[in-house]
Design a protein around this ligand. Structure first.
Ligand code: CA
Length: 228
């Protein structure tokens, strides 16, 4: 069952949202403050967060930024004012969608479903402590988090890591990686893959020195280890 974290300080609105989401088969966690929400998120995770911008103890945008430090979980904002909508839409706040108050809870439930369909499920994010992958890749935003830290990867580094992560344990030959990653594979030389894997490894090591999730298969290619 997919779990939605609802952060909304008005109990009547929260109740309506909870009812609409539970009717659609979602499990709902409700928090009325930002502090509580952040703690709950880190403890239990969520498949999606519905986040009111106007909270009693903080601003929903700041809470979103805090969540984004470690997670690419989809976030739908609830906004009450037009200037908030401008910020959600115009700035790189990191939200996936928004609803302007007043809204229909059923419409919100439909948006939740749509966003979850668009963002392929990474169940690991929703189950901290249990099968949580230290490597989280958000294809749509081209962002990678490694042990909770965002990685600054070049385009090719990102694509190589993304390719390897699609099937942990599978060995990808240099040719296969070039085909998957480069627009014009014929113009790239074998060694280019090695060079990029080397820089990816250096960036991963900078975050976690004693872990090397990429395995070199001599004469064959590379794989992302299945467990590490
Ligand atoms: Ca509010």
């Amino acid at each position: 069952m997919q779990r939605i974290l609802v952060v909304e300080d008005e109990p009547a609105i929260a109740d309506n949202i909870r009812y609409a989401l539970e009717t659609e088969g979602f499990a709902v966690d409700w928090c009325a403050t930002g502090e509580e929400a952040l703690q709950r998120y880190h403890e239990r995770g969520a498949h999606l967060v519905v986040l009111d911008v106007g909270l009693p103890d903080c601003n929903g945008f700041d809470l979103c930024k805090d969540i984004r430090k470690t997670s690419a979980v989809p976030i739908i904002f609830l906004t009450a004012r037009t200037d908030e909508i401008d910020r959600v839409v115009g700035l790189e706040i990191g939200g996936d969608d928004y609803m302007a108050k007043p809204f229909s809870p059923r419409e919100l439930a439909a948006r939740v479903r749509a966003v979850l369909r668009r963002v392929p499920g990474d169940d690991s994010q929703a189950e901290p402590g249990k099968a949580q992958s230290p490597l989280v890749i958000d294809k749509h935003k081209a962002k990678v988090w490694y042990f909770g830290k965002p990685l600054d990867l070049s385009r090719y580094e990102f694509r190589i890591l993304e390719a390897l992560a699609q099937r942990p344990g599978w060995v990808y030959s240099r040719e296969k990686l070039m085909e998957l990653v480069w627009e014009e594979p014929e113009s790239a030389m074998d060694r280019t893959v090695d060079t990029h894997v080397k820089t990816i490894r250096a960036k991963l090591r900078a975050v976690q020195p004693d872990v090397d999730p990429i395995q070199t298969h001599r004469g064959l290619g590379y794989s992302l280890k299945e467990s590490w």
